[in-house]
Ligand binder design. Sequence first.
Ligand SMILES: Nc1ncnc2c1ncn2[C@@H]1O[C@H](COP(=O)(O)OP(=O)(O)OP(=O)(O)O)[C@@H](O)[C@H]1O
Ligand SMILES: [Mg+2]
Length: 647
Amino acid sequence: MNVKQFLRRIIAWTVGVSVRVKIMGIAVGLLLLFGVGVVIQVQRVTRATLTRELDERAVSIARDMAARAADLVLLEDFISLRDLVLDILTSNKDVRYIFVLDGRGNVLAHTFGHFLPPDLQPANSGDQYPGGFRIQRLASEEGLLRDVAVPIFGGRAGVVRVGMSQERLGRILSETTKRLLLLIAAVSLVGVIAAYLPARILTKPLLELKNVAEGLGRGDFRARARIRFGDEIGQLTTSFNAMADSLEAFRRDVTQRNEELATLNLVAATVSQSLELQKVLEDALDKVLEIMRLSHGEILLFDAESGSIVPRIYRGISSQFALEIQAFSVGEGIPGLVAQLEQPVLIEDDLADDPRLLRRSLVAREGLRSMVSVPLRSKNRVVGVLDLFSSNVLSLTPEQLRLLVAIGDQIGVAVENARLLEELKAKEQMRLHLLEKVITAQEDERKRVARELHDETGQSLTSLIVSLKALESMTNLPELREKAAELRALGGAILRDVHDLAFQLRPSVLDHLGMVAAIQRLVEDYTQKVGLRIDLQVFGFEGRRLPPATETALYRLVQEALTNVAKHAGAKNVSVILKNGGTSVQAVVEDDGKGFNVAEVMGYAAKDKKLGLFGMEERAALVGGKLTIESTPGKGTTVFVEVPLEP
Ligand SMILES: Nc1ncnc2c1ncn2[C@@H]1O[C@H](COP(=O)(O)OP(=O)(O)OP(=O)(O)O)[C@@H](O)[C@H]1O
Ligand SMILES: [Mg+2]
């Protein structure tokens, strides 16, 4: 970690500590700064004062010494001079040494044991004495010394040198500093304690705000911070509380919306489970009662034919009550009003006293106190009404009522869908019925025409041929005989055509001998006329007949399949299989022709008015069977039909 990183970390830590610590830190820091300033200043002033004082004392001692030494020097009384020197040394604590020099620099007396240290004399030498003395600072083993030189008789008689120790000065200074530092430490401690209180007062609301904010983060939307003062923190708290208020309201809103959506989903999921109207109604009513925690309810549907609203299902209401429920005209009674105004009606209490109520005695007897009635709508059209009753007071919030209306709309749509599906089913039933009628009529008509052709026209033609034969034998005229023979041949050809036509229309063998025989004849016919090689295989019939409708349908299916092969396939081989499995009968017509795209043709065919394949499908469906066509272009076609048989 380099210095930069270390500093960065320190700054991050400093910034990261709590506000309370910051405030106290600032207070202590300022106190310390102030204290250090004071110490430095006091030291400076004290040192200057003490130094000056020391210098003054040194000068005065040296001067005193010089005055007292002057006579002794002149008298050359060196013994007394030495006594004087030692006397002054012992009576002045700070004086470290004294020595006296004569005018030429010779030592006359000194306070050292044997001799004067050699470098001491030149350390403060010279002729100049500004102000009557000269001071020199000297370094020694025991610290700094102040060496003062004072001349005797202007220097002519000599010089007195006094060395003063600064040790005491240093001691005093360090003592003072120590005390000051102690004082500062004590003041700092008091400062910390003193700062703690305002810091606490200042930070307490902040701390509380922080706790509330954390609570909000955790999802506790009820906690609020106390507003203590009208200062900035107070204002911040006010704003914060307002924010928490709106957050709480927002969350309540969202939760409620979610619940509503969940309920709607539930209803939607329930009503979409079935497409049968009765089941839709039952499921819807049960679910709504469950959601609303109610037990009494009914659903009424609008009946377009009578123009009234008719009760369809009810829950929790006794059958006696139910029996008395009649249809309501639009605008009549509470359901009638709801349907007319397309608005919900909520009667929270005293239902029996409501002037709109029609089933008053029954409501009283059933002990119902309240009700809510909502329209069931689909595409902005009322399709019915949902009534919920309670034997207690029923207070719904506007949101609950709105939800109920939304549920009503959902049920409305489900009801409408179920109804449409029922209508569609009925129409399909009708269509099949009509188709059956048309096909039956067509078959009957074909049968009649075929019989007429066969019996009437055929008989007439036969007798005509017989007459011509007779005519032929009656005459000897060769021309006439020839003409008669010609006409007979023509009559024979017409008779064959008529028989063919009758067969194509409807072979009598179908009615007399059955489908298998008719199909055998059909196959023979196609083999002869179209030149196809047809392989017919029959299983499980053994003279058994099928219901006439099934026989006709299968015969026509095979007929159309073979016609298609002849018309479109360009096939060489065809296989026809008839199989009676007991529970169902199957017919398969398979060719090895060019094949076709079934999906495409079945999509286009209707437009093209090609009805063959569709006709096959319809015929199969009419007898409860199913047609499957499989074809791959280039690989042939398989027509497969299976019709179930009644046991
Ligand atoms: N076995 C087959 N092989 C090849 N193509 C076929 C076969 N059967 C049907 N198709 C194709 O399917 C089309 C539709 O057949 P569909 O029987 O519906 O009509 P169609 O035979 O053309 O006319 P319609 O039967 O109404 O007289 C035919 O035009 C033909 O192209
Ligand atoms: Mg066809």
